[in-house]
Design a protein around this ligand. Sequence first.
Ligand code: ATP
Ligand code: MG
Length: 291
Amino acid sequence: MEGTDSDGILGILSERAIKFLDDSTEEALPERFIVPRNENLSFEDFGGYPDIASRARELIELPLKYHDALNEIGARPIKGVLFSGPSGTGKTLLARIIANHADAVFYAINGPEVLSKWYGQSEEIIRRIFEDAKKRERAIIFFDEIDSLATQRSDESHEASRRVVGQLLALMDGFSSDTNVMILGTTNRPQDVDSALRRPGRFDWHIDFPIPTKRDREVILTTSGRKLRLTKDMPHLWVADRTESWTPAELAAIWTEAALLAVSDGRRALLPEDYIGGYERVAKQRMEPRG
Ligand SMILES: Nc1ncnc2c1ncn2[C@@H]1O[C@H](COP(=O)(O)OP(=O)(O)OP(=O)(O)O)[C@@H](O)[C@H]1O
Ligand SMILES: [Mg+2]
């Protein structure tokens, strides 16, 4: 299913009455987007891709931590970092881990949600979040699936999206040297993110999440199974050998299928045969056409 068809969403929602914020929600608004810390999520949950994890920390955590030092050196500030790559490669996961780890207030904005749930108020919400973030010592504003919010402003592109892009551009350009805010976006359709947003001084830093290599797959399999109750050594290499072109999300799904096989067999821990059975099930699903 195509989950980010914003045109489709807008087509339906534009027929609805636009709700305005009332006074009670007004005060609390930016806080609603702050992500609380989750003790159960850490860099250990992000398997494989060692360069991506360290590059992300370098581009996001270092500039926030050494904001003043970088200012003194006179370096051009890093304002926006874009994670791109196919669906299921762990972009949202890594952002969530960074939220837990970075010593910064983390606001998460889901592109499709902010357009649908708050249709007609998206720009106002974004503006308030930026205002709130600027007051913090360090802050990260995260736009998940930013392509749904900031598509190319072509003639046919929707008016709401056009205004959101304009708003984002103005807000990012309006950062002063005191502003210690990093903007992070994810997309699996980088070509759909408005090109003005990709220009220098905006989202000009990219991290690409590729399809994992065999070595990555082995680590992702180990990582995504590490909290499960396993009876014996598991044949990670055997599975990694057979999962060329699989995404991390598909690899992680093997464990869910394996657990279903184990419980339906009356067990409370996984055997290697459950793991292999899980692999076979996901492999079969992958072969079936989607729709
Ligand atoms: N590097 C990884 N290590 C372990 N598990 C992973 C990894 N990447 C992804 N996963 C698993 O896949 C799931 C989906 O990943 P995620 O939602 O981050 O993908 P995404 O790149 O944001 O996809 P989309 O573009 O569709 O939003 C995660 O919740 C996790 O279970
Ligand atoms: Mg995602």
